[in-house]
Design a protein. Structure first.
Length: 244
């Protein structure tokens, strides 16, 4: 399964907005986000838009993994998304794909991007997302347990990063929190899929603060969304185990 629900081709990211000569600093609002609530990468972008007070609209494009067969993908998205995966934004007639480059663009536009915060966001990408994703796709108790153990180790390290101020960098939410928010949003669903690790107290407190932010309120899942998310992956496991 590709990009939409869990994984994407984001490793081959778009050119950084910091070095893109054709990209002006100021955003032209409203920004259009092509995305979907179940995609963790789209959640990152919507969190940032809401948190930074950038006016935006969402064009709902389900990820390929959950896209209904009769869904008509917008021609604009097909023409401008490099790998036909969400998220993608349009602003001022320009298009940018993949969550980290998009986040860079958004935070840079309001003067809120630092090297330390970007480094922390990339740490999240490397250390939180892979074991989180492995839990989703685990099809037997042992693989799920191994992924959960890796995630617990990463959360322990996350707690040490939160010790100075309670935030990943500085004294408030940054691009690093935007990168991390999908984990907090879907934590209940993760637990229903086999994650049994205890969150360190600093991480629990951080999660509560992030979800209470304007960005967190914008992307917080309902009970129905948590149920749909976990139900899809329980079904995935059943199909994989039946096939084996």
């Amino acid at each position: 399964m590709n990009g939409g629900v869990l994984v994407s081709s984001e490793g081959q990211s778009s050119q950084s907005p910091e070095t893109s000569p054709e990209m002006p600093l100021q955003l032209e609002e409203p920004v259009t986000l092509f995305g979907h609530w179940i995609c963790p990468f789209s959640v990152r972008v919507e969190f940032a838009l809401a948190q930074l007070g950038i006016s935006y609209e969402v064009v709902d494009v389900p990820p390929t993994a959950v896209r209904p067969k009769d869904f008509v993908v917008p021609a604009e998205f097909v023409a401008n998304s490099p790998r036909a995966e969400i998220p993608m934004i349009r602003e001022g007639g320009r298009y940018l794909a993949d969550s980290i480059p998009i986040l860079e663009r958004l935070y840079l536009s309001v003067g809120a991007l630092s090297g330390d915060s970007l480094k922390a966001a990339r740490w999240v990408d490397k250390n939180i997302f892979p074991p989180m994703i492995a839990i989703y796709y685990g099809v037997n108790p042992e693989s799920i347990r191994r992924a959960s153990d890796r995630l617990v180790d990463s959360l322990t390290e996350l707690a040490t990063k939160l010790e100075p101020t309670g935030w990943l960098v500085g004294d408030g939410a940054s691009i690093a929190e935007a990168a991390l928010i999908p984990f907090y949003v879907r934590l209940d669903g993760l637990r229903s899929l086999g994650f049994e690790g205890e969150l360190p107290r600093l991480v629990q407190d951080h999660a509560a603060r992030c979800l209470a932010l304007p960005g967190g309120e914008a992307v917080r899942w309902s009970d129905e969304q948590q149920s749909e998310f976990s139900g899809r992956f329980h079904k995935y496991r059943e199909l994989k185990n039946d096939a084996d």
